[in-house]
Design a protein around this ligand. Sequence first.
Ligand SMILES: Nc1ncnc2c1ncn2[C@@H]1O[C@H](COP(=O)(O)OP(=O)(O)O)[C@@H](O)[C@H]1O
Ligand SMILES: [Mg+2]
Length: 300
Amino acid sequence: MIEIKNVSKSFGNHKVLEDVSFTVENGEIAGYVGLNGAGKTTTIRIAVGVLPPDNGDAIIDGISVTKEKKRASERIGWVPELPIFETDFKVIDYFLYIAGYYGISVDSAKRLAKEKLEMLELGNALNMKLAALSQGMKKRFALAVSLINDPPNFIFDEVLNGLDPQGIVFFRELALKFKSQGKAVLFSSHILSEVQGIADKVVFIHKGKILGVYKMNEIADIAKPAIILKVDKVNESLYVLKEFGKAEVRGESIALLDPSASTGEIVKALLEHGINVLELKQEEKGLEEFFFRLIKDGGN
Ligand SMILES: Nc1ncnc2c1ncn2[C@@H]1O[C@H](COP(=O)(O)OP(=O)(O)O)[C@@H](O)[C@H]1O
Ligand SMILES: [Mg+2]
């Protein structure tokens, strides 16, 4: 279980995270979604213990990252957004070194190296220097290393970025496998649709603040199509429209969310009540739009 508790962080005068809190339960995949620069990677670096927060804490299976960094970080694996392995270490040697850190015997470590590195298609790169790996290979290597001790919690930071379709399928299936094993999985992305189909819930972050946490089915509900109307009598029309779905005022327009009748029937009903429809358009609301609406409603 991953608990982010009231985390704040500034770089100089720049407040990057402000009182960020959310939880990822065991056996749950949480999407962590926000625009570039929202603060996802900073949160994640704090959660895994490579960056100290100014305030707040990350709690991994009940262990405080700020108080017991080693114990906490052993319980959480991660694939960084941009893995940096600027070292002359060879792939195999670095893997064995980390395995040694976890107290795994040399023989077992070698077996594990063969298994994990081959599974991640790094079998031919064992003697390559880490610094010479491509970005995609570095991601897979970061994953291989974090699989050594089979941690019960896992974070993927923009892991699908720049991957080919095969790579995308691989990481999505891995996240689902971790979920089925009861791990807590956090999956960050600046593209909401990337977490669709795998996430149980989505934590939205914008300019360092959490906008909300939504179950995937709630997002789907809210993201259903809407009819946008301009009418001459707003209050009367709300009374009529509520028979057809959730009506809300948006500026000079009214949005009727997930309407239960056809556009024609709705206009007819309004006319029958003496309300003129001045403008009407159908809005096909995708998840991306839902996200941007959240940002707008967040007042930023
Ligand atoms: N080490 C750092 N020093 C200064 N500013 C940073 C540093 N790391 C991140 N930032 C800034 O913090 C903000 C959030 O960045 P980041 O957490 O990487 O966002 P995201 O992962 O959501 O794209 C950005 O404005 C970024 O420029
Ligand atoms: Mg990032």
